[in-house]
Ligand binder design. Sequence first.
Ligand code: BV8
Length: 252
Amino acid sequence: MQELDRATEILAGARRLVVTTGAGMSKESGIPTFREGPNALWSNYNQEDLATPEGFLRNPPLVWKWYVERRKLMAKVSPHAGHIAIAEMEPLYSEFILLTQNIDNLHRQAGSRNLVELHGNIYRYKCFDNHHPASSVPDTHEVPPRCVCGSYLRPDVVWFGEPLDPDNLDRAFAALESCDVILVVGTSGIVYPAAGFPALAKRAGARVVEVNPEITAVTADADVFIQARAGEALPALVARLRAHRAARKSPG
Ligand code: BV8
């Protein structure tokens, strides 16, 4: 595929790489995305009811149970070859950061280290009123359970209308301003501020490589669009990059 070759050339010539991923990155691990097909996560409810503070306050048990179900599903699945390929890319670059919108912990499980979980992590909890962190869920019949301060516990994720962690955003924007390439995988490019990252990096002079089976809101900004699944394209890319590095080390 010539796009793979062009992407390899761009990625092999880079020193500073940003990778950003969305829900499509985890689809081949068995986690449904938000907007696709009958079992998409939002299909039975809309995101306003489930992933907003107002939705939680309207029906705390519903939202708490939705996350319990998602956590159960996520706990059963593993990272796929695409997650592992991104972890294998990390040591090939003098500057590498992974900015994920996903809350499923699969990149960390795959070995990614320099990782920013923009929208939090479903395995962490905090209380609604004071954001007190809770390392585990108290053994109680009350749903949702409560923090020691009395406030309801909630997943430590960023809901719509909530700000992202400012330190995470600072790290992301610093990387986007200085990277040579941004590799965008498995996101529809709808949810901000993450949706704005490729255009921001491009404006700062970076090349944009996108991996997605579908055309998205990002594709217009892509220098190379690899129309493929993450689990297919990423292992092929990292194999080419390693071959490229090896050839450079011991030129013929
Ligand atoms: C904020 C955690 C400010 C919870 C999530 C109007 C215009 C612009 C912005 C806004 C607006 N109105 C409101 C906003 C802001 C809003 C927003 O962007 N809304 C959208 C809907 C327009 N953003 C926010 O509210 C953010 N906060 O702006 O705060 C602020 C500042 C100060 C004070 C107060 C507030 C917070 C956003 C975070 C929301 N939380 N998740 C949870 O998960 O339960 S969002 C959640 O949905 C995900 O984290 C992710 O970000 C998003 C889903 O998007 P994708 O990951 O792209 O997934 P999607 O299903 O859409 O697409 C999947 C893709 O995968 C597809 O392209 C598909 O083709 C592809 N795919 C499929 N299979 C594969 C594949 N790709 C590769 N391989 C495959 N095999």
